[in-house]
Ligand binder design. Structure first.
Ligand code: SAM
Length: 249
């Protein structure tokens, strides 16, 4: 049966490529990749010779339809992104939704995902968590987003760019308070993998003091609000949001 496979690839350590991912990429007729030049290196490493085609969510709907037509004609296609699990802060949603709508079988090949790896080793509560993707780049919008999350009782997880980690930690201290436990998980599965843990103020001080901590790939995790304090934090976040709303255009 023609199938769209959604295939996870490593987030730094090629040893994390699962055998089923290699087999799938070898046997499909076509691999749709976020960046074909980037993925060509991965395929070369695993001796995979399947043709690559560029696919991202900005691809016009013609590209999506082209892939759906191929699937309906009986070909199987694998979707990969530059790293980790497609669709997680990565392209693929349009294609998967279109495939589901067209009645095409969609099969996930699970593997690395930075937010799950970070959570699993962070020491923060993992029974409930929310993934918030990347924070806004501008400070007012970023503080507003943080204020919306301040009373969340589950662990909150963000992806962060290295050149913005200091500003985001500063905003965390302002909005969540200096004492809220925070983890910076950096360079997961790679040589310089690091977990910085402590209060928001502690972690901010560590990252400020060591510029190496402002490099590489970063997942930022924040412990949830204590249930007993969630209600009063809600009042506080309403206050912060009102202040921020006054600043927004
Ligand atoms: N689809 C990917 C996944 O499953 O994790 C995420 C893609 S997103 C465009 C890239 C972001 O993921 C990076 O900016 C960083 O925040 C996070 N990330 C990816 N690889 C990482 C790693 N090895 N260590 C820490 N964070 C990583």
């Amino acid at each position: 049966e023609p199938t769209l496979y959604v295939v996870a690839t490593p987030i730094g350590n090629l040893g994390d490529m699962v055998p089923r991912a290699v087999e799938t990429l070898q046997t499909v007729q076509l691999i749709a990749a976020e960046d074909t030049r980037h993925s060509a290196k991965l395929l070369e490493h695993f001796h995979i010779k399947t043709p690559l085609l560029a696919y991202h969510d900005h691809s016009d709907s013609k590209r999506t339809q082209y892939l759906i037509d191929k699937l309906l004609a009986g070909e199987s296609i694998a979707l990969i992104s530059d790293a980790g699990t497609p669709l997680v802060s990565d392209p693929g949603y349009q294609l998967v939704a279109a495939a589901q709508a067209a009645g095409v079988r969609v099969v996930p090949i699970p593997g690395a995902c930075a937010l799950i790896a970070a959570l699993a080793a962070s020491g923060l509560a993992s029974d409930r968590f929310s993934f918030e993707g990347f924070l806004p780049a501008k400070q007012v919008a970023r503080q507003k987003r943080l204020a919306e999350l301040v009373s969340n009782t589950g662990t909150v997880i963000f992806y962060e760019a290295p050149h913005r980690i200091l500003e985001s930690l500063q905003d965390l201290v302002v909005v969540f308070g200096a004492d809220r436990p925070v983890v910076v998980a950096r360079e997961l599965t790679k040589t310089f993998e690091t977990f910085l843990t402590g209060s928001a103020a502690d972690v901010l001080a560590k990252v400020t003091a060591d510029s190496n901590q402002q490099r590489g790939e970063i997942v930022l995790l924040v412990q949830g609000a204590p249930k007993s304090e969630a209600a009063s934090l809600d009042t506080e976040s309403t206050r912060i949001m009102a202040l921020l709303a006054a600043e927004l255009p």
